[in-house]
Design a protein around this ligand. Structure first.
Ligand SMILES: Cc1cc2nc3c(=O)[nH]c(=O)nc-3n(C[C@H](O)[C@H](O)[C@H](O)COP(=O)(O)OP(=O)(O)OC[C@H]3O[C@@H](n4cnc5c(N)ncnc54)[C@H](O)[C@@H]3O)c2cc1C
Length: 405
């Protein structure tokens, strides 16, 4: 590892860390910036395991960070992709109400989307729904024609290239394991050596709370990992899905419910569920890390959250172990789907910030600390919003860190 001193070190080579790095070099060319990533490749965790959807901004409370960053982020992301020849498709999405009790919530979503400035939204009936998604059955649906699909690994890798071309450094295989402070400087102890920096930006995703602790921050949150498991439709049954098909979400939870997503490579995924992961980067049911599980189970916020949501939690575990239950849920939207149409697919682990009172943080949470900015919660639509978030962090950093020496 190069030993020279940096103005800013970014911890985490996911899409948020890399977008932030690109924006910092663009806006503050005088700053020496490094990205430290513990894996041997970039985008190995949430960014490389997500659904690949370019969200349009329907779901989010008007005025929230999610609403603002998503709507601004889509515009910037599409422009970036056009300039960098990254493939994407605006295949459109339907959010489908299957019974009367969901109509009020569907209407609320329409109003929210309009208030957030999402273009082209249309409420459609069963006949129009049949034209858009011939195999889906619903009594009404919200059509979002601009929602799209993309490979976010490619986007992250393009951010990294732009950053390096602008003079930034990326260190792979460099896990941050401790920080020593001295006047005006931080010595970052990593698995690849020590790196001196004046400031730090924490984009460590599933370990963002740990990195904040290393900086001495008392954030009042803990990252609880939730694994989302998917099935993949067999090639013979892919024709059942044209684009993106979602249920009307339950507003009490930050997840969107099991849905169908066609990805940019032509495969169709169905899921995910949301089960507690016993390891922060535990992509299989059998992955367990005793120390990390202990950290979850001894956190009072985890138990307070579980008391509120235990019924849903049990339902999700049941669905995780029973394909029959999973298929039944999926059939609500697509009655033709059969168990033999689905084979086990991939999984992703969400970094969900939970407060000590058991509240599940819904919005992005980005705080300014001592000599640092911390991204404590970056759930979906974090990848869609990545450029807008990177710009926001670059502004915060300029305000907090001042000019380079
Ligand atoms: C299952 C799933 C589906 C999703 N679907 C979508 C979607 O369709 N559309 C959308 O817009 N968003 C989606 N999201 C959200 C989106 O993927 C995230 O908001 C985004 O990837 C977060 O990026 P990140 O850089 O913060 O985190 P990550 O991609 O997790 O990156 C954090 C990086 O930090 C590194 N790191 C951690 N600790 C250290 C350390 N101590 N030292 C060095 N490096 C460290 C990790 O190795 C990792 O590479 C989804 C998320 C999940 C989990």
């Amino acid at each position: 590892m190069e030993s020279g001193a940096y103005d800013v070190a970014i911890i985490g080579g996911g899409i948020i860390g890399l977008s932030t790095a690109m924006q910092l070099r663009r806006r503050h060319p005088g700053w020496r910036v490094a990205v430290l990533e513990k894996e041997e490749e970039l985008a190995a965790h949430q960014t490389g395991h997500n659904s690949g959807v370019i969200h349009s901004g329907i779901y989010y409370r008007p005025g929230s960070h999610k609403a603002r960053f998503c709507v601004d982020g889509v515009r910037s992301l599409l422009q970036f992709c056009d300039e960098n020849e990254i493939e994407y498709q605006q295949c459109g999405k339907v959010i489908v109400a299957t019974d009367e009790s969901e109509l009020g919530r569907l209407d609320d979503l329409f109003q929210r989307g309009v208030a957030n400035g999402v273009e082209g939204l249309e409420m459609i009936g069963p006949e129009r729904l049949k034209e858009v998604e011939p195999h889906v059955v619903g009594i009404r649906a919200l059509l979002a024609p601009t929602t799209g699909i993309i490979d976010y690994r490619k986007v992250a890798s393009a951010y990294a290239m732009r950053f390096q071309e602008a003079g930034g450094d990326i260190f792979l295989g460099a896990r941050l394991r401790g920080i020593k402070r001295s006047t005006g400087s931080l010595a970052l102890d990593t698995t690849s050596g020590t790196l001196e920096t004046r400031h730090l930006i924490n984009c460590a995703g599933l370990y963002a709370d740990r990195v904040a602790e290393m900086m001495g921050e008392n954030t009042g949150i803990r990252i609880i990992p939730f694994r989302g498991e998917y099935y993949t439709l067999t090639p013979e049954s892919r024709h059942l899905v044209n684009g993106l098909i979602y249920p009307v979400p339950d507003p009490r939870f930050p997840f969107l419910g099991v849905h169908y997503t066609r990805n940019i490579h032509g495969e169709v995924e169905a899921g995910p569920n949301a089960v507690l992961a016993l390891k922060r980067e535990g992509y299989r049911k059998s992955d367990v890390d005793l120390a990390e599980s202990w950290g979850t189970f001894t956190y009072p916020g985890f138990w307070k959250m579980s008391m509120k949501h235990w019924r849903t939690g049990i339902g999700e575990i049941h669905r995780s172990y029973s394909k029959r239950v999973f298929v039944n849920d999926l059939r609500r939207l697509l009655p033709e789907i059969q168990a033999q149409d689905l084979v086990p697919g991939g999984s992703g682990v969400r970094a969900q910030a939970v407060s000590s009172s058991g509240a599940v943080l819904d919005d992005f949470s980005i705080i300014q600390g001592r000599e640092a900015v911390h991204v404590l919660n970056a759930p979906s639509p974090g990848a869609t919003s990545s450029i807008a978030i990177g710009e926001h962090i670059a502004d915060l950093a300029a305000e907090a860190f001042g000019a380079p020496d």
